[in-house]
Design a protein around this ligand. Structure first.
Ligand code: GDP
Length: 454
């Protein structure tokens, strides 16, 4: 018997509709006590996948017109009986409806508890559960696509297919060891090595793709740097589409580091607009400049801005030097003005040079293309299976190294039972990855990061 839980599943703000989700053995019974269908029927008689229009009753009085949805176990998100009440989305009304549901016997759901129940009831595996959280927090198109693919099972399918191959090899080897006299089809060393090589290649491809996947889905920390007045804040504003940074004619106005998340093409950039880089005796400005250099050092991507209407000066040359070894794009701004800049010096120093006019919002597409090429994500396929986080990567790496050890053992002609130990360890790692063998601690940790109501 599962405890019946309830929570507000929509956002914590006023909206057109607010949804209260109830899940567990008594979900429909509890919902029926506070929801009266207009046709005088009861939700308890309603089949799954059906909706009724009616009234929410709070403290015996009609409080709102609402729609109730009923799902019958196991055909629901959690795999249990579920009722969802959609009321008008004023925060007070939504909260009062939840309170009434709790008064009638439901317990407040913990963070991620609905999805955790879906996992524990076998509706989804752990990678799919994690993708629900990723889907909710996705800020860019590619990230959205990648997490939806994971939810559809792209990663699970890939991992399960490698797992099946490992279990097949393991079964044949175990049979050989345990029943030497039986007529079990022989597994040659060549076949064993080829099968292990196949598994190694599939996991290797996932691991190789990890960094790119993170770049595309989690966003790229980006520093906008350059001497005062080259147009850093204007570039930031062009990318964000808002007047976030202060744009003025007085040099040194952006004293601190302004941060903003923007979408550029399919990518999300976590942008830092920094103080202008120049030698300065002003203490406050000097602190800002120090922060700017730190932002440059820490960033995964640097947008180094230069003013095309001026010749390169000492501060520009210092910046060019600071950018060496970094993934940096030279952004030549103010191309609407007469050109005085020696572009060749920048083209020699940077692998990517882009010409823009931040003032006229020109050049964003070229910048987007250059950034994607520089980060190596231009050809990135977000529909391919992808490891989404450090936990999944760790399991995959462990499985990969167990397979490498099994391969070395097979090549060295070791016995099947010795090799099989390593194959079983690899299989265990993959089972942890999809959650079939994950510890309670791992599972609790994953769901604690969810929001309440999901
Ligand atoms: P920052 O100090 O590098 O952040 O530079 P700002 O963004 O504050 O810009 C400094 C000045 O350059 C402002 O007067 C902007 O209007 C001007 N500016 C910025 N971008 C352009 C551009 O593309 N063309 C022209 N003509 N002026 C620009």
């Amino acid at each position: 018997m599962s405890k019946t839980i309830a929570a507000i599943s929509t956002g914590a703000a006023a909206g057109g509709i607010g949804v209260i989700r109830i899940s567990g053995d008594n979900a429909i019974e509890i919902a029926s006590r506070i929801f009266a269908p207009l046709d005088n029927s009861s939700l308890t008689e309603l089949k799954g996948y059906r909706a009724k229009y009616g009234n929410i009753i709070i403290d015996g009085e009609k409080a709102d017109n609402a729609v109730a949805l009923v799902f019958r176990a196991p055909k629901s998100y959690t795999g249990e009986d579920v009722a969802e009440l959609s009321v008008h989305g004023g925060m007070l009304l939504v909260k009062k409806t939840l309170e009434e549901v709790l008064k009638n016997g439901a317990s407040p759901a913990e963070a991620g508890e609905f999805t955790k129940r879906a996992f524990l009831n076998g509706k989804i595996d752990l990678t799919q559960a994690e993708s629900v959280a990723e889907l909710i927090s996705a800020a860019g198109e590619e990230s959205l696509r990648a997490s939806f693919n994971a939810l559809q099972g792209a990663l699970s399918n890939k991992i399960n297919s490698v797992l099946d191959k490992l279990l097949d090899i393991s079964a044949v080897m175990a049979a050989w060891v345990d029943y030497p006299d039986e007529e079990i089809p022989e597994l040659s060393d060549t076949e064993l090595i080829a099968a292990l090589e196949g598994c190694k290649a599939e996991l290797g491809a996932l691991l190789d793709n990890y960094e790119n996947g993170q770049t595309v889905t989690k966003g790229v920390s980006t520093a906008i740097v350059g001497k005062p007045n080259v147009g850093k804040s204007s570039l930031m504003n062009m990318l964000t589409g808002t007047e976030k940074s202060i744009v003025t004619h007085i040099e040194g106005t952006t004293r601190d580091v302004v941060e903003e998340e923007v979408r550029l093409g399919g990518l999300v950039l976590r942008l830092k607009d920094t103080a202008g880089l120049r030698s300065s005796d002003d203490l406050v400005e000097a602190i800002g400049i120090e922060k700017a250099y730190k932002a440059l050092d820490d960033a995964q991507l640097v947008l180094a801005v230069f003013d095309s209407s001026q010749e390169l000066g000492k501060d520009d040359l210092d910046l060019i030097e600071k950018c060496s070894g970094k993934r940096a794009v030279a952004v030549i701004n103010k191309i609407d003005l007469e050109n005085k800049l020696d572009e060749r010096a920048l083209e020699n120093a940077f692998s990517k040079v882009v010409y823009i006019s931040a003032k006229n919002s020109e050049g964003a597409q070229e910048l987007s293309k250059a950034v994607e090429e520089l980060l190596g994500v231009a050809e990135f396929d977000s529909s391919a299976p992808m490891l989404a986080n450090a936990r999944q990567k760790q399991n995959c790496e462990n499985a990969f190294s167990c397979i490498c050890e099994a391969l070395s053992a097979a090549q060295a002609g070791m016995t099947f039972d010795a090799i099989n130990v390593m194959i079983d360890s690899a299989a265990d790692e993959l089972l942890s990855l999809t959650g079939k063998k994950a510890t309670t601690e791992v599972v609790n940790n994953i769901f604690s990061k969810f929001c309440v109501g999901k």
